[in-house]
Write a protein that binds this ligand. Structure first.
Ligand SMILES: Cc1ncc(COP(=O)(O)O)c(C=O)c1O
Length: 393
């Protein structure tokens, strides 16, 4: 069989203001291009140790089992669930968006009897609701999404672990979109297992899933009577590859992806977590001011908004797809469409990691005004940029 050889890949330069991936720093791209070494090469083992140490800082944890799972955020989700759930276990999952729904699906496939604790998209759970669900359903595992990328809502985490632990269960937290963009305090919050993704606020291409397991989660893993459903994600084996003392081959690690994550984490720590969180907030405030001045409403109550994922209602009479494709084709800006029941109703404007900067906020507001005026949307010309500039002055 023969096929014509296609031309060399020549990716367009975009400004990634969607729900992820975010823009990648050139230092990370350069790190990805370093020579590939073996997965047990002493150089790579050193990189792994350093990735683990930096991930502990970003996760705010001392958990020894803090690693980069091979695979995207969904692999981290699956790793947490399949290692902590045995067939027949009860699990309560908070479903207030697409990713809570995905966790429920993963848990059911792993044989859990799942109770979905539901909330309308865009809302978050109260401690009372969580306590009621835990008391009623007596789960062994509870799963919750900290930053729901499908809706732009941030779940307050304080107090949840106590309810879960008092009931003898363990808590899994999805922090795919929050890690590196707003505080994720694994130890302070008492979270037992958490996972993230590289392509959001860490600004590394997609391909690895930072994961951390605390003592209660490890105890549960060690006490399993049945094999973990997934061979690839079985942490009882994977951890021997990441443990400094053993280094037993399990699968061939994505070497260059780990170089990329290593550099991305160095950039995060050079900036400093608090400075980085403040930057995400400031750019969110500027974007919020600009959008509000244009008459665009946020889909999430102010107190629960994620700074890195701005979900806004598409104004009446405006053609969703036409605006998104004009932004992409004329201005090179990608924003996200609404997901699930928000499809066609919201835009998701990401300000994650490298993408979160005044240049992108101001460019975006100018480009959006251009797209909206092409659709005769009534607004005061320049109002968005002026309002954003007020925040930056
Ligand atoms: C909150 C959340 N959880 C899980 C995932 C799944 O991650 P991935 O698409 O990297 O597999 C995503 C991806 O957007 C997400 O936003």
């Amino acid at each position: 069989m023969s096929a014509p050889i296609p031309p060399v890949a020549n990716a367009p330069r975009r400004i990634l203001m969607g729900p992820g991936p975010s823009d990648t720093h050139t230092r990370v791209l350069a790190a990805l291009a370093q020579p590939t070494v073996g997965h047990l090469d002493p150089y790579f083992l050193k990189i792994m140790n350093e990735v683990q140490a930096m991930l502990r800082v970003v996760f705010q944890t001392t958990n020894p089992l803090t690693i980069a799972v091979s695979g995207t955020g969904s692999a981290g989700m699956e790793a947490c669930v399949v290692n902590l759930v045995s067939p027949g276990d009860r699990m309560v999952v908070g479903v207030n968006g697409v990713f809570g729904g995905r966790m429920k699906d993963v848990a059911e496939r792993a044989g859990a009897v799942v109770h979905a604790m539901e909330r309308p998209f865009g809302e978050v759970f109260t401690l009372e609701e969580i306590e009621k669900a835990v008391k009623t359903h007596k789960p062994q595992v509870v799963g919750i999404v900290h930053a729901e990328t499908s809706t732009g809502a941030c779940q307050p985490m304080e107090g949840i672990a106590k309810i879960v632990h008092d009931a003898g269960a363990v808590l899994i937290m999805d922090c795919v979109t929050s890690l590196g963009g707003r505080p994720v305090r694994i130890d302070d919050w008492g979270v037992d297992a958490a996972y993230s993704g590289t392509q959001k606020c860490l600004s590394c291409p997609p391909g690895l899933s930072p994961l951390t397991f605390g003592p209660r989660a490890l105890e549960r893993l060690d006490a399993r009577k049945t094999k973990v459903q997934s061979w690839y994600l079985d942490l009882s084996m994977v951890r021997n590859y990441w443990a400094e003392s053993s280094r037993v081959y399990h699968h061939t690690a994505p070497i260059n992806m780990n170089y990329g994550l290593h550099e991305a984490l160095r950039i995060v720590l050079e900036e400093g977590l608090d400075v980085r969180f403040a930057r995400h907030l400031k750019n969110h405030y500027a974007l919020r001011a600009g959008l509000t001045a244009l008459g665009i409403q946020f889909a999430v109550a102010e107190e629960n908004r994620l700074p890195m994922l701005n979900a806004v209602f598409i104004p009446q009479g405006v053609d969703d797809a036409a605006v998104r494709s004009r932004l992409l084709n004329e201005f090179g800006i990608e924003i996200g469409a609404g997901l699930g029941p928000m499809k066609g109703k919201t835009w998701r404007i990401g300000l994650m990691g490298e993408t979160s900067c005044p240049r992108n906020v101001l460019n975006f507001l100018a480009a959006l005004e251009n797209c909206l005026s092409a659709q005769k949307f009534p607004m005061q010309a320049g109002a968005g940029i002026a309002a954003a500039n007020d925040v930056y002055q």
